[in-house]
Design a protein around this ligand. Structure first.
Ligand SMILES: [Fe+2]
Length: 386
């Protein structure tokens, strides 16, 4: 109650089946004449990039395509996109894909109006001017990059991530069309979906920034993802499940943008950096174990998570309700045949001390975890995942 509520989102969010068709009229309304469509090879090969391009062309907007975005893009990939963008006279950047393509698109847009190098802007609130207009369209249901003010680039030399945080990273318009998700394979659906679920759980239990506004989005995200993630993985053409996952992921992204992540993401980064485990797979594995650890930090909220995930906890003592949330996540992982242990991911026990040291150094995330977490605690959680 002592909190000043603070809420940021794109100027416009269009979501639902067929929303992508609105891209053309919206781009025209922004005055766009020439757009750079930023995407990755997989999306280009799937034909989705051509579909999106034709929607813009129909409105008389010229479109060039940059389809070289790599998974976990590094600075070289980002610079390649900026170089192309600086050569053209674009007045609109359209980002199409997962978090990687959308982040590269957002950073490119601000580098067209701000001088210098991308590395000048790594950190919080260093970008001076808004970029050119951006419209982002996710093709996965998970990262939330279409509604978050952060862009993440990998830095292989430093074995770490570079994060740019600025309100100018938010797009002008986010368009979430579940039709664009139908062809997503089960492994990507499960991994990105677990990333979204982690965003919702971590934002809901964020120590300082969870608010009545972010809780509304986080809870609804957990309900929608909890009831539909298995079905979306089992049958990609199930439209109801795809809708729930698309909107659930959007809501989790909005919660993430305005509260944030903590323990799960802190512990998952070393798995990605050192062992190249996909972000969502690492988060999925760690989520129930970090939840179990965190329960006593906020018992009522962890009990609420169990209810959002559909657990029948009526009549149980509150503490048992709270632990039921972690069990519900384990059951989701098991049904989707996702990695259950570090061993499943071929990460040896000997790797744990170094990973624990790296995760414990992430004080930005661990300081806002609902329960204090030392390096020894982190090591204990990794050992529970063996
Ligand atoms: Fe994430």
């Amino acid at each position: 109650m002592n909190q000043i509520l603070n809420f940021r989102s794109p100027n416009l969010i269009l979501a639902g089946f067929g929303a992508a068709e609105k891209l053309g009229p919206e781009a025209k309304a922004l005055g766009a004449k020439s757009a750079l469509l930023v995407t990755d090879k997989g999306v280009a090969d799937s034909g989705i990039a051509d579909t999106i391009k034709s929607i813009l062309v129909k409105e008389g907007i010229g479109v060039e395509v940059f389809s070289q975005v790599k998974p976990e893009p590094d600075l070289a990939c980002q610079d390649a996109c900026i170089a192309i963008a600086r050569k053209g006279k674009y007045d609109l950047i359209v980002g199409l894909g997962g978090g990687s393509a959308m982040d590269v698109a957002s950073v490119t847009a601000v580098m067209l109006t701000n001088p210098g190098q991308v590395t000048d802007y790594v950190g919080a609130d260093l970008i001076k001017k808004p970029g050119i207009a951006t419209i982002l369209l996710p093709t996965t249901a998970g990262t939330g990059a279409e509604v978050t003010p952060n862009a993440v680039l990998s830095d292989p030399a430093a074995k770490g991530k570079k994060v740019i945080i600025s309100p100018y990273i938010l797009p002008r318009i986010a368009i979430i069309d579940p039709y664009l998700h139908i062809s997503m394979p089960p492994s990507v659906t499960s991994a990105t979906g677990m990333d979204a679920l982690a965003h919702a759980v971590e934002s809901f239990t964020h120590f300082t920034k969870a608010s009545v506004i972010t809780d509304v989005f986080a809870k609804e995200a957990m309900i929608m993802i909890g009831r539909s993630i298995r079905t979306a993985v089992a049958k990609g053409e199930n439209l109801e499940a795809r809708y729930d996952m698309a909107i659930g992921s959007l809501f989790a992204g909005i919660a993430l943008a305005n509260a944030g992540v903590n323990g799960v993401h802190a512990l998952s980064y070393p798995l990605g950096v050192e062992y190249h485990v996909p972000h969502g797979v690492a988060n999925g594995l760690l989520l129930p174990y970090v939840m179990e650890y965190n329960v006593i930090g906020n018992i009522p909220k962890f009990a609420a998570i169990a209810r959002c995930l559909g657990e029948d906890v009526e009549g149980l003592p509150l503490i048992e309700q709270a632990y039921a949330g972690a069990e519900a996540v384990k059951s989701i992982l098991s049904d989707m045949k996702m990695a259950h242990s570090l061993t499943d991911l071929k990460i040896p026990e000997e790797a744990i001390p170094a990973m624990a040291k790296a995760a414990a150094a992430n004080t930005r995330l661990l300081s806002v975890n609902p329960r204090a977490m030392t390096a020894a605690d982190v090591e204990g959680i990794y050992r529970n995942c063996l």
